[in-house]
Ligand binder design. Structure first.
Ligand code: MSP
Length: 844
């Protein structure tokens, strides 16, 4: 049962709206979504709160809006919406989306400022210093200093409100050293501590030097001259040295621009100038204002009581100081509890450097969603996960297979990216992104690994047991000893005496520990016994590999040949299916769309319902009931073609067409009509990387649920009389790019039924088997082919042609044929050794 006593509150950074989202942003959001989904299984949906949003104030945003020549509010509205709609495309299950320009946020920020002011933690002063606009922070150094964003700082003299940050040096060091305020990974914790401690080595040297000078002067000239200042070094509660005063007070207002939250009364009246709250104090407060801090509504106040403090702030490593020094100091000063943990992750690098808009080396998430989404092939209505096929339920005809909707394609592409980012990049460290690696990982782990395991196991159950999960013989239990360590309690557990059950138990234990401990990155001295998010995908893939090995060792196809081995065959296939159930439940937070499909194929119904009733959490071996009828089968991870790498590369390199939006790039002049930078907020949102938007000719270009018989007919070269694909090879034919070709889904099918249609002497009605589904095609070849000549033949069909009606009958697909002679006699394309070719194989 979910633990209703507990709650879990998780946040992402709120993203700046001066650039369109890229996969760097998606990385944090995906990791948060995985954690939130897992926590919902453990604690129940009502006890988990996952917050994301956008950071919309500050000089940087104001300048971007000015450069675009539009009011900042409209500018931020547009870009914030791009983030939000991307998260929706990707199926991100955030509970709330906060924007710092919302009134609820303004109210909460002003409340916090007033609280700090009334408690005496804020004072007014004038300061001249170097300001980095890109990073929105003051930095030490002379004029012309290069800021953390790589650009020269600006000299700013301003009267500002200051926060007495220096007062929190010792307390922060103690809280971090004791672990009460947790920062992970360890490298980031050390970075924060050394910032807080100041330059201790230098202070020690200075101390030695001053002592030496003083003792020399003392000896030679008497104690009057021995007055060199000896720097003080203090010690934390844990006894580590630090330099008192190393932490300086922080400017928390700006008065040279006005795009921000006004400093509230009574502080505002103490100065002539209009001040706005410093953008980082403004932004960090979102974590509280979104759950009701500052609200007058009792329901909102109760929400704040329930969820604050946050359990995890998930952040990229570059904003660790804001979250681990400034933010806890503000909270301590206001008398509020600190977040339990700040978890940092590393950067996604592209071509060796951090992916960022200013470097121009970003990859857009949409590119990946579009490319991998296009791999989805039509699935029968009944084999779609319910959650994703609501629209299809109202369909008048349940029979015809459906083209995937655009949303399904997006969710599938999102699964691929989720898996890749978590599997490829050890959480907490930097990691390189490349399309090659994405493609390799997809084919190796998802298609050949998990996908292949599912399809061959279920196909054998279909074949040998008519699609019913077989009975297994009783098993004995055997003890499993977990090594006692700081991670595991150790002790004895009893699991069924098959190796596979023991492997599943080990995987499950490791995985659960990682989430239970909220440990997402491994400490530097980690051992294999320690669990972390960094390793959960590996651990589940380990079980995939063990299950593959189990099948290979037990060779069910051999057992099937010997009737006396029927029970043994049942045992093997039961165990394999049970292992797949465990794998699928564990993969659910990472691959929510694909696991929903596998769950249905296992005959277990809707995975979301299973999630709500603890079935994805309580995974004792044997939970799969013998006698369960498998759902309709079909491929889960269709094989990707190498051409996909090129398609994605091209999509990133080719500028998008100009857009009527008035946005211009910050770096360009006001007269530039439209950006060609695809990352720019003004660039056209690219919903598809495929150049022509012909909904009928392109798999899943439609955002409408299918089947959609009202779709415009495909503009293909179908000969009206024959109804077959009469591809012209004539010279002068327009050339197409590989991505045009890839749109055509050519597949091997077998003719099961062929018959004439009354009163339609040119048409034959065929029923063909694509391996993953059967469908009806009408073809105008009756003049040339007798029905009996076609039955059993393996032919090639255009599988992703939108269904259409002919003579009141639906035809879904076209046969591929060469047009021969003057009368254009169609010669059906076929293979010489056609028996060898698997049905449904794609032609490339
Ligand atoms: N607005 C601030 C955060 C305020 S939180 C109170 C900000 N915004 S940002 O748009 O620059 O987003 C930064 C965050 O986006 C990073 O901390 C990280 O979570 C994510 N990433 C942006 N680019 C990234 C990479 N190249 N790699 C990994 N994560 C990246 O800072």
């Amino acid at each position: 049962m979910p633990d209703t006593q507990k709650k879990f509150y998780l946040t992402t950074p709120i993203y700046y709206v001066n650039a369109r989202p890229h996969i760097g942003h998606a990385y944090t959001t995906i990791a948060a979504d995985v954690i939130a989904r897992r926590q919902r299984l453990l604690l129940g949906t009502e006890n988990v709160w996952f917050l994301t949003g956008t950071d919309e104030h500050g000089q940087k945003i104001q300048r971007s809006a000015e450069a675009a020549g539009i009011p900042p509010q409209r500018f931020t509205d547009e870009v914030s919406e791009q983030f939000r709609s991307l998260w929706q495309r990707m199926g991100i299950t955030y509970n709330d989306y906060i924007r710092t320009t919302e009134p609820r946020h303004t109210q909460g920020v002003q409340k916090l400022f007033s609280e700090l002011y009334s408690r005496g933690h804020i004072y007014l002063d004038t300061y001249t210093g170097q300001y980095s606009v890109g990073e929105e922070m003051f930095v030490d150094g002379p004029p012309g200093t290069i800021g953390p964003d790589g650009k020269p700082t600006e000299t700013v003299t301003e009267e500002n409100f200051y926060f007495r940050l220096s007062a929190y040096q010792t307390q922060l060091i103690d809280l971090i050293e004791s672990g009460e305020f947790c920062i992970e990974p360890e490298a980031r914790r050390n970075e924060v501590l050394s910032f807080l401690r100041g330059d201790v080595t230098r202070a020690l040297l200075d101390q030695k030097e001053a002592e030496l000078i003083n003792s020399t002067l003392d000896e030679d000239f008497g104690s009057d001259l021995a007055n060199a200042v000896v720097p003080t070094i203090a010690h934390s509660a844990k006894g580590t040295p630090y330099v008192p005063g190393a932490l300086k007070d922080l400017s928390i207002s700006r008065s040279s621009f006005d795009w921000g939250i006004p400093v509230p009364e009574p502080a505002a009246s103490t100065t002539q100038k209009k001040h706005v709250v410093y953008v980082w104090l403004d932004a960090l407060t979102n974590y509280m204002t979104a759950i009701g801090y500052g609200s007058d509504d009792p329901a909102q106040q109760a929400q704040f009581e329930k969820f604050w403090p946050a359990d995890i702030h998930l952040v990229g490593k570059e904003i660790i100081r804001f979250h681990c020094v400034y933010w806890p100091a503000f909270l301590l000063a206001a008398g509020l509890p600190l977040p339990k943990k700040v978890q940092a992750h590393g950067w996604l690098l592209f071509e060796e450097s951090k992916m960022s808009k200013s470097r121009g080396n970003i990859v857009r998430t949409e590119t990946i969603l579009d490319a991998f989404g296009s791999l989805l092939i039509p699935t029968p209505v009944s084999s779609r996960p319910k959650a994703q096929s609501a629209a299809a339920e109202g369909s008048a005809s349940p029979e015809p297979p459906l083209l995937p909707t655009k949303h399904e394609q997006d969710l599938f592409g999102s699964d691929v990216l989720r898996y890749f980012l978590l599997r490829e990049i050890p959480f907490g460290q930097d990691g390189s992104f490349s399309f090659d690696a994405l493609y390799d990982r997809y084919n190796a782990d998802l298609t050949n690994g998990y996908g292949n395991l599912v399809s061959r196991t279920l196909a054998m159950i279909e074949k040998y047991f008519d699609g019913i999960i077989p009975h297994h013989r009783d098993w004995d239990t055997q003890p499993v000893f977990l090594k006692k360590s700081t991670e595991f309690d150790g002790g004895e557990f009893r699991v069924p005496n098959t190796q596979l059950a023991a492997d599943a138990f080990a995987t499950k234990t490791f995985y659960e520990l990682a989430f239970q401990k909220n440990r997402f990155s491994l400490p530097s001295n980690s051992s294999l016994h320690e669990a972390a998010l960094a390793g959960v995908t590996d651990s589940v893939m380990f079980l995939v590999a063990r299950t593959d090995a189990y099948i290979a060792e037990n060779a069910p196809w051999k057992l099937a040949k010997d009737p006396s081995q029927r029970e043994a065959l049942g045992d093997v296939l039961y165990n394999a299916a049970e292992s797949i159930r465990t794998i699928t439940a564990l993969f659910y937070p990472i691959l929510p769309y694909s696991t929903a499909k596998v769950w249905e194929q296992l005959g277990l119904g809707d995975i979301e319902a299973a999630a709500k009733s603890d079935q994805l959490h309580d995974l004792a071996w044997g939970g799969l009931k013998p006698g369960t009828k498998l759902g309709p089968l079909g491929p889960i991870f269709p094989r990707a073609d190498k051409g996909l790498i090129q398609i994605m590369t091209d999509a990133e390199q080719n500028p998008v067409p100009p857009t009527p939006s008035k946005f211009v790039d910050e770096k360009t002049t006001h007269t530039t009509p439209a950006p060609s930078d695809p990352t720019h907020p003004g660039a056209a949102p690219r919903t598809s990387i495929l150049p022509h938007h012909d909904p009928a000719s392109q798999v899943g270009a439609s955002s409408a649920p299918v089947p959609d018989l009202a779709r415009p007919p495909a503009p293909h070269t179908e000969a009206p009389a024959s109804g077959i694909f009469a591809g012209s090879a004539a010279s002068g034919t327009q050339q197409i790019a590989i991505d045009d070709f890839i749109k055509i889904d050519l597949r091997v099918a077998k003719v099961l039924v062929a018959e004439r249609i009354p009163k339609a002497d040119k048409l034959l009605r065929l029923e063909v088997d694509l391996g993953y589904e059967k469908r009806q095609i009408l073809s105008g070849i009756a003049q040339w082919y007798a029905p009996e000549d076609l039955i059993g033949r393996r032919i090639i069909i255009v599988a992703n042609l939108a269904p259409r009606k002919m003579r009141g009958l639906e035809s879904h697909g076209m046969l591929l044929a060469a047009s021969h002679g003057e009368d254009g006699k169609p010669i059906l394309a076929t293979f010489a050794e056609s028996e060898e070719i698997e049905l449904g194989s794609r032609l490339k």
